[in-house]
Design a protein around this ligand. Structure first.
Ligand code: PMP
Length: 466
């Protein structure tokens, strides 16, 4: 044990006394306390009581190369003893962020020009909005400032990025959203398409909804649209075939930028290096975080096209200095971790592995859940999967949200030694394991999930709820 860690059996008590948890039911937490994880290896986590779990979510969709990678730890150690930090303001630079920016531009799914680094997906999406605003100010279009996001989209929790997040539950209590944000329809077949609707008809409806919104707002007021290639926290929602081609055509018609939020999909999660490639998306700006370091240290980036970059550079003579940047922008230690992480992904062929283990996961999810009486839809792409639960299948009818079905299933899964995640706005549980998951571990993950669902179904029958 490291000398800074006291060997205390009482971490739970200390946690309840001192730690303010993010996204936590705080009153419940004061009563029940935390689950304390102390160790990880591959896809396995161990808590402070020695219990082991399969991490079916790679933390929060992010520990893509798995736990315990020495190569990343060594790179962090080497950077920390060589140069832990120097900033990048006023033309200062350190070596690893330069090399990382070069690598990302080489890897980018569409031709790109520059990378602006931050710390989290949330701050990167804030930066994207500022880039769009500065870009349109520089072009002499100061009205063009509204940002369109989607219902159920997740883009973060800072004041701006929480506003982009299309989840009312994350707005109430915080006086959000900010007034410049609008929302369009999610490409959510189960609830937004009419029964039997073809992909082409559904795509046309979604593109029409977006166009109608832009026209209602006035195209001269709309600066950008932000979309996750496959929506993550909103329910693992995969758009229909042709969706982004149709969306791009609408945006081009009205001179609106497209921001691809690749915080989950960047660096392999969908079975291609970027989600934009998997989903035929042509963004002007790309947000990355999570998988860029596999979460070993925090890092995010805004990948910027030449068109936006050049306009911003030229705009400086009019607008003054580009007054934006964080103390930790282009942090050398985070960039060193990212370089080591991307080397593992490439050397070990982990993108292809995410694709093949993803295919196996979807096959197993179908075997376990297709035809299950509680299951309304099984969906996903690459190594992201989800199962949505419904009270009735025909016509699809939601459970009473106060029943918190997905939350109950996640708790039952934990008892089986599986960490999954409830996406409560969709009565959905999700799977997003590390890319290093073995075939046997995929099978074990799904069989544990199936047991958990059956346990909850038995409870619902006993409680006469179902
Ligand atoms: N965008 C997407 C698509 C995300 O999934 C997340 C995090 N789940 C974010 C942005 C926000 O990232 P962070 O939590 O690092 O601020």
């Amino acid at each position: 044990m490291h000398e800074l860690l006291r060997n205390t059996p009482d971490l739970e008590t200390l946690d309840k006394r001192y730690l303010f948890h993010p996204f936590t039911a705080l009153a419940d937490h004061e009563r029940n306390g935390p689950m304390v994880i102390v160790k990880g290896e591959g896809v396995w986590l161990e808590d402070n009581h020695g219990r082991r779990y399969i991490d079916g979510m790679a933390g929060l969709w992010c520990v893509n190369v798995g736990y315990g990678r020495r190569e990343i730890a060594d790179a962090i150690h080497h950077q920390a003893v060589t140069l832990p930090y120097f900033h990048a303001f006023s033309s200062w630079a350190t070596d690893t962020p330069i090399l990382l920016a070069e690598k990302i531009i080489e890897m980018a799914p569409v031709p790109m020009s520059k990378v602006f680094f931050g710390q989290s997906g949330s701050d990167a999406n804030d930066t994207q909005v500022k880039l769009v605003w500065y870009y349109n100010n520089a072009r002499g279009k100061p009205e063009k400032k509204k940002i369109i996001a989607r219902n159920r989209g997740y883009h973060g929790v800072t004041v701006v990025s929480a506003s982009l997040t299309g989840m009312p539950a994350l707005h109430s209590g915080f006086d959000l959203p900010l007034p410049f944000v609008r929302y369009t329809t999610a490409p959510y077949r189960l609830w937004e398409a009419t029964p039997g609707m073809s992909d082409a008809a559904f795509t046309a409806k979604l593109a029409r909804d977006l166009e109608d919104l832009i026209l209602a707002e006035g195209p001269e007021t709309v600066g950008a649209v932000i979309m996750e290639p496959v929506m993550g926290a909103g329910g693992v929602i995969v758009p229909p075939e042709g969706y982004y081609v149709a969306i791009r055509a609408v945006l081009d018609k009205y001179d609106v930028l497209l921001i691809a939020d690749e915080v989950i999909s960047g660096f392999g999660r969908l079975g291609t290096m970027f989600g934009s490639t998997a989903m035929a998306m042509q963004p002007d700006l790309i947000t990355v975080a999570k998988g860029i370091t596999s979460a070993y240290v925090p890092l995010s980036g805004c990948i910027v096209s030449e068109k936006v970059w050049r306009t911003i550079v030229d705009g400086q003579s009019k607008l003054g200095a580009f007054g934006h940047g964080y103390t930790y922008s282009a942090h050398p230690l985070a960039a060193a971790a990212a370089l080591a992480n991307l080397k593992i992904i490439e050397d070990d062929g982990l993108v292809a592995q995410a694709a093949s283990r993803g295919a196996l996961m979807h096959e197993k999810l179908q075997q376990a859940f297709a035809g299950h009486p509680l299951v309304g839809e099984i969906r996903g792409r690459g190594l992201v999967g989800a199962v949505e639960f419904v009270a009735k299948k025909e016509p699809a009818t939601r459970f009473d949200p106060t029943l918190k079905i997905a939350g109950r299933i996640v708790k039952a899964a934990l008892a089986e030694g599986l960490i999954t995640r409830a996406l409560p706005h969709a009565d959905t549980i999700s799977f997003s394991p590390p890319f290093v998951i073995s075939e046997e571990e995929v099978a074990l993950m799904v069989s544990r999930a199936r047991k958990a669902v059956d346990t909850v179904m038995d409870e619902l029958v006993r409680e006469k709820i179902w």
